[in-house]
Ligand binder design. Structure first.
Ligand code: AMP
Ligand code: MN
Ligand code: MN
Ligand code: MN
Length: 286
């Protein structure tokens, strides 16, 4: 029997096309050096790096699945839906992602105005210096500016003190609908996957609703092994995957050598008894 769980697949990371600090080519080189066999670049709300990433994966000797990570609003909170194995040139998907990116500029201006009120001046311009894609200014870029300016020691501290719900630089934002995100990915030939489920502050009832509605919309996978899950959370979400009949994914969510504690490909393998997403996506692997 082929033990398909034992594959160094890393199906979640970010480049300068969203809020990472490495180019798609630099990520591919790093992933291959770390032993990744199957790779996906999953920039937030953006597929602009996909052709480069696929070419770089092949040049580095890795298989590739197209990827993105869509920002969704569900039950008043932000949820991330990873899309894998879709056609990156699909017009409806591109249009949906462009619409999802649309509000980021204004939101960033508001974040900057709020930060100015607590004594942090010039945050919009400061964050822009870290932005690789003008359509994709994110909280991560503000965090890098606040570290550079000496306001905080590291990006984790910036999020705790300024950029999360209830803190002075947090601006609530309405992202894509869950059904829309799943549909864009699925109709472009790909698979929708719930990203890092342990990172949401849902009640058990809300989380059950998320998984139930996600499945009803055609979602088929969940991240079990990710850089932001603990070992106990691998076990918990392996169980959830079995309960809901979802395939399991594995990805580091790597953003930057200086910031990310989990490097590309440096994760435990998927637990046994699960269907890996790459098994269902075999025909979409390039
Ligand atoms: P945005 O899409 O602009 O709301 O930014 C979300 C991004 O911020 C995530 O994709 C992470 O890269 C980063 N992020 C969110 N929470 C934290 C945190 N607590 N520490 C560090 N980075 C975070
Ligand atoms: Mn990010
Ligand atoms: Mn995420
Ligand atoms: Mn991510």
């Amino acid at each position: 029997m082929t033990r398909v769980s034992i594959l160094n697949a890393d199906l979640h990371c970010h480049s300068v096309v969203s809020d990472g600090t490495l180019t798609p080519e630099e990520l591919a080189t790093r992933a291959a050096a770390n032993g990744v066999e199957l790779w996906s670049l999953t920039d937030h709300d953006e597929v602009g790096g996909q052709h480069r990433a696929r070419a770089a994966a092949h040049a580095a000797g890795m298989k590739y699945l197209s990827g993105t990570e869509v920002s969704v609003t569900f039950a008043g909170q932000t949820v991330h839906i990873v899309g894998l194995g879709f056609d990156p040139d699909d017009a409806a998907l591109r249009q949906g992602l462009a619409a999802t990116r649309g509000g980021r500029g204004e939101r960033a201006q508001e974040m900057s105005d709020q930060l100015a009120k607590v004594g942090i001046a010039g945050a919009y311009e400061g964050a822009l210096k870290f932005v690789g894609n003008p359509e994709l200014i994110s909280r991560t870029h503000f965090a890098r500016f606040l570290v550079e300016s000496g306001a905080c020691r590291d990006t984790g501290e910036v999020f705790r003190r300024y950029l999360t719900e209830g803190k002075p630089g947090f601006v609530p934002h309405r992202w894509a609908g869950l059904g829309d995100a799943v549909r864009w990915i699925t109709q472009a030939g790909g698979m929708a996957v719930i990203a890092h489920p342990a990172r949401y502050a849902f009640t058990a009832t809300e989380e059950y609703a998320l998984f139930t509605e996600f499945k009803a919309h055609g979602g088929r996978g969940v991240e079990v092994v990710t850089g932001s899950h603990t070992a106990a959370e691998y076990v918990k979400y392996a169980e959830t995957a079995r309960e809901f009949g979802l395939a399991a994914s594995r990805g580091s969510d790597f953003h930057s050598p200086g910031e990310s504690h989990t490097d590309l490909g440096q994760l435990p393998y998927l637990p046994g008894g699960l269907t890996p997403v790459w098994e269902l996506l075999a025909e979409r692997i390039q």
